[in-house]
Design a protein around this ligand. Structure first.
Ligand code: GDP
Ligand code: MG
Length: 160
């Protein structure tokens, strides 16, 4: 029933965020999770996983014709990643702003890529680029579903 949902839940979105193998190797997991947590977004699912080539190719299927595709797939399968689902108001677009521009030299200081990355092929983190791609990516990475929970802090973060 309505009473069991967040007030203002209609405006809530979910996005898929992945800490790439370089972010894991460099010990950035805690910092990255902290940024999303402290902002006021809710962690709905998380797993530490090394994916197979065919899975990485599926995740990046839209980029299959790009010259950097094979290198990108090699990069993503080179070690474990942290796959996550985050929930919040405008979390897809805001998550992209927290992450920063694809090319780290264009990413502003204060963004994850602006603070921690130099090369586009080692840019630490992935975030869904639209609500529709987020839904596709969440279904691909979390076919088992996500945790439904409500933060007791919700009214301290959201006006409604
Ligand atoms: P994102 O949504 O900001 O991650 O960027 P895209 O969806 O356009 O590309 C996916 C990933 O491919 C990026 O995060 C980069 O790691 C990689 N990538 C994109 N463009 C290039 C490029 O020109 N060269 C290389 N080597 N990698 C790229
Ligand atoms: Mg993308």
């Amino acid at each position: 029933s309505k009473r069991e949902k967040y007030q203002g839940e209609e405006t809530m979105e979910t996005t898929f965020i992945m800490i790439k193998p370089d972010g894991v190797q460099r010990g950035l997991i805690g910092d990255i999770i902290s940024r999303f947590e402290k902002k006021g977004f809710y962690l709905k699912a998380m797993k530490f996983i090394t994916v197979e080539r065919s899975f990485a190719e599926k995740h990046y299927a839209d980029l299959a014709t790009k010259p950097f595709f094979n290198g990108l797939v090699e990069y993503i399968i080179s070690g474990p990643v942290v796959a996550m689902v985050w929930e919040g108001k405008d979390v897809v677009a805001t998550g992209r702003r927290i992450i920063g521009a694809t090319r780290p030299w264009e990413a502003l200081p204060g963004t994850i890529r602006g603070d921690y990355a130099v090369e586009v092929g080692r840019n630490v983190i992935h975030g869904s680029d639209a609500v529709e791609s987020a839904q596709k990516e969440i279904a691909l990475w979390f076919p088992e579903g996500v945790s439904e929970w409500k933060s007791q802090m919700h009214p301290w973060i959201y006006e409604v």
